[in-house]
Design a protein. Sequence first.
Length: 149
Amino acid sequence: MLKIKLLNALLIVLIAITLLFTITMVVIYISSPTMRATFSDSIYTHIALCIIFFYALLFIKQSLTYFIKHNYFNDKSTLYLQWGGYTLLIFTVMAAVENFLQIESIETEDLFIDAIFLITFFSISIGILAVADIVKNGTQIKQENDLTI
């Protein structure tokens, strides 16, 4: 349970960093004419990606909170874990589409780093969905076991 609590605390920090980054990006965009000229089209995409990533972290954090409060096998934690996995998957697909649309302006090194980043997040989202299925099956087994006793 200690590892789950540490992961929950880490997610709180990541959520705070994501919020801080998004707010800073908006403030810099509003206050700097150079930034407005440079990122005129893509700022809304970046903000949307930050919001989606924020919600993915929030869903996963909520699932961990239910793990801590109500033990591992409960329906709410499974539901939030699935939502977190799907939201992270949507984030990954949207980031890949954004990179594909801006492929002419991205350098080769940055394209390679972005590809590794996207593959990593895709793998993490699939892993979260797999864990959600395991927890869902464990919840069903626990309910059946409780009924037989």
